[in-house]
Write a new protein. Structure first.
Ligand code: NAD
Ligand code: DAU
Length: 382
């Protein structure tokens, strides 16, 4: 890897922790600086296995703090930025849109401006530098579901090569689609994407943007569908299915996303956008049934016992019907493909949450926030 000093923002969160782990282990000659504010979604226990590595540094900071970002970039002579820090949960954005605008839009702008000021002060300026912004498929809006029973997808990847193997419409999100965000979350991500592209077009900042579909896997905060439902099934608590459970999401194993980020950071073209996904569409209700039967089997309960936990609740406001990514550009240009079949990934994920009940219990009890307080502030508030 060309860049020797890299900031990863949001590295204590779900996807960020997988990216930090991959980079710290794969690039021992590079310094990986994890910048995270440690909001409710940040958990340093996600990185326990690498926190003592000599090429890793954690900095507790808010990306909205321009001065802190600029002085850190100067101190560490930062050459690359992989920007994942964000408010990421749609339901929270519906209740509190301001926090999303602040972190996702102003925070991204603050990082962009700090990178611009620092890199422009160097003799070589932008040469060898990279500002890589991680975005979401939700900025494209929602696709219609034209095939409620599902059809053969136009393209199969390892992720979608299992028995389910369905697409729920003819249309997919391609990189050239216009943005049509519906939730305050996706509107704030769209705003941040626009700023990133504007910094390339106006100042020549070397930017890349990727838009990924729904991730699943270990260390996801249990407000999101998959970890929340695994934990609720384990405790025999109700499973709140929004609306009729007919909404479709396109699921990708988190380590496959981290591998794509590594590839694109190193080999992606400046100013390009790449969509990341596995042509792996599922209706929520079908995933929920897979989760129930997998948890039941692994806990030794008769399979299907916990289907009675399914509880249909009021739909999410503005609930996007279908997301489906067309990731053929990334496959064609950089040779990326998912490595894990969805059914195998779900089995692995359910096992991980059941085998790591301490992690889950620490999060649900709030104990996890003491972990970093003790580590960095001797038990104080931090
Ligand atoms: P997450 O909520 O699990 O983690 C976000 C991290 O950002 C946390 O560690 C949090 O402490 C940190 N953070 C929040 N505000 C901050 C601030 N002001 N300053 C510094 N750090 C701050 O999120 P995630 O699911 O891992 O998503 C990571 C990124 O990937 C986000 O940008 C999200 O939009 C994008 N994304 C997520 C998915 C998905 O399915 N989870 C899919 C596509 C794209
Ligand atoms: O598509 C990428 C996006 O995926 C990311 O940008 C977001 O950060 C990430 O949170 C995710 O957004 P979703 O809203 O799709 O994920 P969530 O896990 O919240 O919900 C998945 C689906 O399940 C969605 O259709 C809503 C539904 N759902 C969710 C929860 C939490 C329920 O039916 N019940 C629930 O309790």
């Amino acid at each position: 890897m060309l860049q020797k000093s890299i900031i990863v923002t949001g590295g204590a969160g779900f996807i960020g922790s997988h990216v930090v782990r991959l980079f710290v282990n794969k690039y021992p000659q590079s310094r990986i600086i994890n910048v995270d504010k440690l909001t409710y979604a940040g958990n340093l226990a996600n990185l326990k296995d690498i926190e003592d590595k000599p090429n890793y540094r954690f900095v507790k900071a808010d990306i909205c703090d321009f001065d802190a970002m600029l002085s850190l970039m100067r101190e560490e002579k930062v050459e690359g930025i992989i920007h994942l820090a964000a408010e990421s949960h749609v339901d929270r954005s519906i209740k509190d849109p301001f926090t999303f605008a602040r972190t996702n839009v102003i925070g991204t702008l603050s990082l962009l401006q700090a990178a611009k000021v620092f890199w422009e002060s160097l003799p070589e300026k932008y040469e060898g530098k990279r500002f890589y912004h991680i975005s979401t498929d939700e900025v494209y809006g929602a696709l219609e579901m034209t095939e409620p029973q599902g059809i053969e997808p136009p393209f199969t990847t390892k992720a979608s090569s299992g028995a389910h193997h369905l697409a729920y419409g003819e249309k997919f999100f391609t990189e050239d689609l216009k943005y049509q965000p519906h939730s305050p979350y996706s509107a704030s991500k769209a705003g941040s994407d626009h700023f990133v592209r504007a910094f390339h077009d106006t100042y020549g900042l070397p930017t890349i943007v990727t838009n990924c579909s729904n991730n699943y896997g270990p260390y996801q905060f249990p407000e999101k569908l998959i970890p929340l439902f695994i934990n609720n099934i384990r405790h025999r608590k109700p499973l709140p299915v929004y609306g009729k459970g007919e909404n479709v999401r396109d699921w990708l194993y988190v380590e496959d996303h981290a591998r794509a980020i590594d590839l694109i950071f190193n080999e992606g073209k400046i100013a390009e956008t790449y969509n990341i996904g596995g042509f792996n569409e599922w209706k929520n209700i079908d995933i929920i049934k897979v989760l129930v039967s997998t948890v039941d089997r692994l806990l030794g309960r008769p399979e299907g016992t916990d289907l009675d936990l399914i509880t249909y609740v009021t739909d999410r406001a503005g609930h996007d019907l279908r997301y489906a990514i067309d990731s053929r550009k990334l496959q064609r240009e950089l040779g990326w493909e998912p490595s894990l079949q969805f059914e195998e990934g779900i089995e692995k994920t359910v096992r991980w949450y059941l085998e790591n009940q301490d992690w889950m219990d620490n999060v649900t009890s709030g104990e996890y926030q003491k972990y970093y307080a003790e580590m960095y502030y001797g038990g104080g508030a931090g």
